[in-house]
Design a protein around this ligand. Structure first.
Ligand code: SF4
Length: 366
C-alpha cells in the first residue's frame, strides 16, 4: 500500500461529506444521500460503480479521494472455534487487527480504534506497544466493511475492544458509532454496538451529552484501587469512584445497564474478597458482570486463574451480586485472538515469520 496523499471520504458524516465535496459545485441533497448510501449501506468503495450518480461526478470523486483505506495483510482462521482474526495494513504501513467471533445467534466483530494504546494496562498485549496514532473513522469502519462486504460474513454486533482505548480517540470513535447505527448507514442497532473503556472518565460524560447510540462496557481489572492502579495506570488519573459515578450517570441517561468486563488473573483479582469488593463497588450501578479468562501474553508475569478458582469466583459472585453474571468463553486462543496479540506477535522473535523487508517497512517501535 502506498503512502496516501488524498483524503478519505469514507468515514465522514453527512455534514463533513457536504463540506468535502463542496468544491465540486452545488450538489443537491438527494445526491449526497445517494453517495452516503453507496458507501455505508451498500458498502461499495469504488465511486465509478455509483450508477445513479452522473459520470463526471463519479470520476471527480474517484480522482479526488482515496478509496483503498486498509489492506488485508494476514488472516488467521480457527478451525476449532470459527474465529477469524484479521491483520490489516494502513497507508503509513502501520498495522491493526480485528476479530470476528461467530456464536449461535450472533456474530460479533471486535474492532481497533488506535494503533497501539497509551494506557499501558499491564495485562494487555496492545498496552506494551505504546500509542502510535489514532485511527480515522474510515479506518475503523473499514474493518467492519471488510468483513461484511469483502468476506461476506454476517456482523450483528460491533464491539470496540480491539487495539486502543476508543474513548481516547473519541472524535473518530463517535463518528463511527453514529454511522454504524444510522439506518441508512450500517444500520446496526444501538444495543448491538458496545464501546469498551478502561476508564477514560470525561468521555463517558461526553457520550451522555452526545447521546452516543451505543452501549458502554468497562474493563474492571480489580475493584481494589491500589491493585487496579498497578494493573491499569489510568486509575491514577481517574479513580474507581469517579469511574463508577460516570458509569451510573450513563445508566440513568440511557436507561440501560453497563457491562463490567472482569478478567480473572491468578492471585491478583480472583479471591472471594475481590468478589465482595466488586459487589460493593457496583452497588447502585445497574450492571452486568462478564467474567473472562485471561489470555497470557509473552513476557508477562500474570497467569490464567485455575478452573477451580474461576468456578468459585463465579459461584460467589452469582450468590452476592443482584445483576446478571455471564462467563465469556475464551475463544480463539489458538490464533492469539486477544486484543493486540497478533500485531505484537509480528514483532517478537517467536512470532509469525514475516519478511525482513516487511519488518523494515513497519514503523512500530520507532
Ligand atoms: Fe489499551 Fe484497552 Fe489494552 Fe488497556 S486493555 S492497554 S485500554 S487496549
Amino acid at each position: 500500500m502506498s503512502v496516501c496523499q488524498k483524503p478519505f471520504l469514507f468515514g465522514l458524516e453527512r455534514q463533513e461529506i457536504a463540506a468535502a465535496i463542496s468544491e465540486y459545485g452545488d450538489v443537491p441533497t438527494y445526491r449526497k444521500e445517494q453517495l452516503y448510501k453507496w458507501m455505508y449501506a451498500r458498502g461499495i468503495l469504488n465511486p465509478l460503480h455509483y450508477s445513479d450518480i452522473p459520470k463526471p461526478f463519479r470520476e471527480w470523486l474517484n480522482q479526488k479521494f482515496e478509496w483503498n483505506i486498509i489492506e488485508l495483510s494476514l488472516k488467521k482462521q480457527s478451525t476449532i472455534s470459527g474465529v477469524n482474526k484479521y491483520l490489516y495494513r494502513l497507508h503509513d504501513q502501520r498495522m491493526i487487527e480485528g476479530v470476528w467471533i461467530p456464536e449461535k445467534n450472533r456474530s460479533t466483530l471486535c474492532v481497533s480504534s488506535q494503533v497501539g494504546c497509551a494506557l499501558g494496562c499491564k495485562f494487555c498485549a496492545t498496552g506494551t506497544m505504546g500509542l502510535h496514532r489514532n485511527l480515522l473513522a474510515g479506518e475503523i469502519l473499514s474493518q467492519a466493511w471488510y468483513v461484511r462486504c469483502i468476506d461476506q460474513l454476517i456482523v450483528t454486533h460491533i464491539v470496540f475492544m480491539g487495539m486502543g482505548e476508543p474513548l481516547h480517540n473519541y472524535r473518530e470513535t463517535s463518528k463511527c458509532v453514529r454511522i454504524l447505527n444510522d439506518p441508512t448507514g450500517f444500520a446496526i442497532g444501538r444495543k448491538h454496538i458496545t464501546v469498551s473503556t478502561a476508564g477514560w472518565v470525561p468521555k463517558i460524560y461526553q457520550m451522555i451529552e452526545d447521546r452516543l447510540p451505543c452501549r458502554l462496557a468497562i474493563s474492571m481489572g480489580s475493584p481494589k484501587e491500589d491493585v487496579r492502579a498497578e494493573l491499569m495506570p489510568v486509575t491514577k488519573r481517574f479513580s474507581l469512584k469517579e469511574l463508577m459515578l460516570a458509569a451510573k450517570e450513563w445508566t440513568v441517561a440511557f436507561d440501560d445497564y453497563v457491562t463490567i468486563e472482569y478478567t480473572l488473573i491468578e492471585g491478583v483479582n480472583d479471591s472471594l474478597q475481590d468478589v465482595q469488593m466488586l459487589v460493593s463497588l457496583l452497588k447502585g450501578v445497574p450492571s452486568k458482570v462478564n467474567v473472562l479468562t485471561y489470555n497470557p501474553i509473552s513476557n508477562s508475569k500474570f497467569q490464567k486463574t485455575s478452573l477451580e478458582r474461576t468456578e468459585n469466583f463465579i459461584k460467589e459472585l452469582e450468590k452476592k451480586f443482584s445483576g446478571p453474571v455471564t462467563r465469556r468463553l475464551s475463544r480463539g486462543d489458538e490464533i492469539n485472538a486477544a486484543c493486540g496479540q497478533l500485531v505484537v506477535q509480528q514483532f517478537t522473535p517467536t512470532g509469525t515469520k514475516i519478511s525482513y523487508e516487511h519488518l523494515q517497512s513497519i514503523q512500530y517501535f520507532d
